[in-house]
Design a protein around this ligand. Structure first.
Ligand code: BGP
Length: 477
C-alpha cells in the first residue's frame, strides 16, 4: 500500500553501522591470538582477490580509538562488531587469553563512553583453526558444546555492558560457501556434509541463546540472516512455484529453524528424496524450540529473481568477484529454481541488484511469518570510491542508503517493529573475496591490495549525510 503519512522512526531507533573482526582488526597473530580458518584459507593461492588477506586489514585493533572518535563525532548510536573467537580461546577450549579479552573490554568501554551502543556478533565466520583440525569444525557435534563454552565466556565478561548480541552471522552464507561452493573455508563441495554442518550450526546457535537466557542477563539476542527475498520472473504458475521453492530453500530453511525450531516441510522432503537430510537427535528439537531469538537480525543487500529450472537444468553459478559488471554466471538448483536477470532493477559493478523496495518486502515477510522484531544488521553498497584531494564524493552510496532507509520507514509505517538499522560498513574494510577495492564505508581507508600504505582515514560525503540523518532521526530522508 501507499501511505499518505509516514510514521516517525522510534525515538530510541539504533542508527548504526557494522564490521567484522577479520575484515577490520588486523593484528592477526598479536597479543596471543591463535589462527582462525580465515587466517589459513587466505594463504591458499587463488582463493581471494589478488591474494588479499586480513593480516593488517584496516588495523582497527590498534586504531579503534581513532575509529570510535569518528563514530562519536558522527553521532552514531550503535556499532556492530564481532569478537574473534581465536583471540579469546587461541589454542584450546580450556584456556582464555586475557589480552584478547581485554581488547574487547577496551573497545566496549570506549563505545559506551561515547554513548554508542555495542552490538556484538559472536561469530562472523572465523572459527579457530585448531577446532577445524581436531574435528572438522561445524561438521562435528562437538562444536555445539564448544561454541556454547565460548559464548558463555564472552556473555559473562561483557554481559554487564552489552545489551544486543548477534549469535551467528549469515549461517546461510558461511555454510553454503564453505561446503557447497568451496569459496570459503573449509572449501568443501559436498551437499551432504553441508546439511550436516548446517544442522550443527542451528543447534549451536540455539544452545548459545539458551545459555544466554539461563544466565539471566537483561539483553537481547538473535542471529543475523542474509535474506535475499525471491521474486518470480513473471506470473507463469511454474515460475511462481520456483519463487516459493527459492524462498523456502534459501530463507525459510534457516529462519524457520531459528524462529520455530522446525525445518520447512517441502524442503525437508526434498532433502530426504535426495538423501541429503542431516542426522538429527531427538533432543535437538528441544534445544531448537527453546532457543527462539528475541529479534531476527537481517542483512539485506538485494533480491533474487527466479524461474523454473528443469531436472536437467543449470547448477551452481559463478559470482562476480572482479568488479567487472556483467560477469556473473547465474546458477540454480535443478528441479527447484534458477536465478534470472531482473530487467526492472539497476545493478552495481559487482552485479548486485539495487532494490530498496526489496528491503521493505523482506521486513514485511519476516514480520508476518515470525512476528519477531527485526534488527537490520547490515545493508550497504560496495563500490569503487575515488579519493580526490582528500575527499570522496560517494553520492551513489548516499542515494542507495537514503532509499533503503526510506524503505525501512515504509515498513515501520506498515507496522513492522524495527529496532535499528546498521549500515555495512563503518570504515572501508577487507571484502572476503573482493579485496580492498570494493568499498562500503562512511570512512575511506587509504590502502589497496598491494600495500596497506599509511591506512589514513578520510570522511566520505556519506559520512556527513548519515550524521544529518541521525541528528534528525530520519526526518530528512
Ligand atoms: C555479508 C557479510 C559481510 C560483508 C558483506 C559484503 O555477507 O556478512 O561480512 O562482507 O556481506 O559482502 P562482500 O564483501 O562480499 O561484498
Amino acid at each position: 500500500m501507499q501511505h499518505k503519512k509516514m510514521k516517525d522512526f522510534p525515538e530510541d531507533f539504533l542508527w548504526g553501522s557494522a564490521s567484522a573482526a577479520y575484515q577490520v582488526e588486523g593484528a592477526w597473530d598479536e597479543d596471543g591470538k591463535g589462527a582462525s580458518v580465515w587466517d589459513t584459507f587466505v594463504r591458499i593461492p587463488g582463493k581471494t582477490f589478488k591474494g588479499t588477506n586480513g593480516d593488517v586489514a584496516v588495523d582497527h585493533y590498534h586504531r579503534f580509538k581513532e575509529d570510535v572518535a569518528l563514530m562519536a563525532e558522527q553521532g552514531l548510536k550503535a556499532y556492530r562488531f564481532s569478537i574473534a573467537w581465536s583471540r579469546i580461546f587461541p589454542h584450546n577450549m580450556n584456556e582464555t587469553n586475557e589480552k584478547g579479552l581485554q581488547f574487547y573490554d577496551d573497545l566496549i568501554d570506549e563505545l559506551l563512553a561515547n554513548q554508542i551502543e555495542p552490538v556484538v556478533t559472536l561469530y562472523h565466520w572465523d572459527i579457530p583453526q585448531y577446532l577445524q583440525d581436531e574435528y572438522l569444525g561445524w561438521e562435528s557435534r562437538q562444536i555445539i558444546e564448544d561454541f556454547t563454552t565460548y559464548a558463555e565466556a564472552v556473555f559473562r565478561r561483557y554481559g554487564d555492558r552489552v545489551k544486543y548480541w548477534v549469535s551467528l552471522n549469515e549461517q546461510n552464507i558461511f555454510i553454503s560457501h564453505g561446503y557447497m561452493m568451496a569459496t570459503h573455508p573449509p572449501a568443501v563441495k559436498d551437499p551432504k556434509r553441508m546439511y550436516q554442518a548446517n544442522h550443527h550450526a542451528n543447534v549451536a546457535n540455539a544452545a548459545a541463546i539458551n545459555k544466554y537466557r539461563s544466565l539471566g542477563m537483561d539483553g537481547q539476542i538473535g542471529p543475523s540472516f542474509a535474506y535475499s527475498p525471491g521474486y518470480p520472473i513473471d506470473a507463469r504458475p511454474e515460475n511462481i512455484l520456483a519463487a516459493e521453492n527459492f524462498d523456502e530453500m534459501n530463507a525459510y530453511f534457516w529462519m524457520d529453524v531459528y524462529a520455530k525450531g522446525e525445518y520447512p516441510t517441502a524442503i525437508w522432503n526434498w532433502l530426504e528424496e535426495n538423501d541429503l537430510q542431516p542426522e538429527i537427535r531427538p533432543e535437538d528439537f528441544k534445544i531448537l524450540k527453546a532457543g527462539k531469538p528475541d529479534f531476527m537480525g537481517v542483512n539485506y543487500y538485494q533480491t533474487s529473481t527466479v524461474a523454473a529450472n528443469p531436472l536437467d537444468g543449470v547448477g551452481i553459478g559463478t559470482p562476480n568477484y572482479s568488479g567487472e559488471k556483467g560477469s556473473t554466471k547465474r546458477g540454480g538448483i535443478p528441479g527447484v529454481f534458477k536465478e534470472v536477470l531482473n530487467p526492472f532493477v539497476e545493478k552495481t559493478n559487482w552485479d548486485w541488484v539495487i532494490d530498496p523496495l526489496g528491503l521493505r518486502i523482506a521486513l514485511r515477510r519476516i514480520n508476518s511469518r515470525y512476528g519477531l522484531p527485526i534488527l537490520i544488521t547490515e545493508n550497504g553498497l560496495g563500490e569503487y570510491d575515488k579519493l580526490e584531494e582528500g575527499q570522496i564524493h560517494d553520492q551513489y552510496r548516499i542515494d542507495y542508503l537514503n532509499d533503503h532507509a526510506k524503505a525501512v520507514q515504509e515498513a515501520i509505517t506498515d507496522g513492522v517493529k524495527v529496532l535499528g538499522y546498521c549500515t555495512w560498513s563503518y570504515t572501508d574494510l577487507l571484502s572476503w573475496l573482493n579485496g580492498y577495492q570494493k568499498r562500503y564505508g562512511f570512512v575511506y581507508v587509504d590502502r589497496d591490495e598491494e600495500s596497506p600504505k599509511e591506512l589514513k582515514r578520510y570522511k566520505k560525503a556519506s559520512y556527513y549525510w548519515y550524521k544529518e540523518v541521525i541528528e534528525q532521526n530520519g526526518k530528512n530522508l
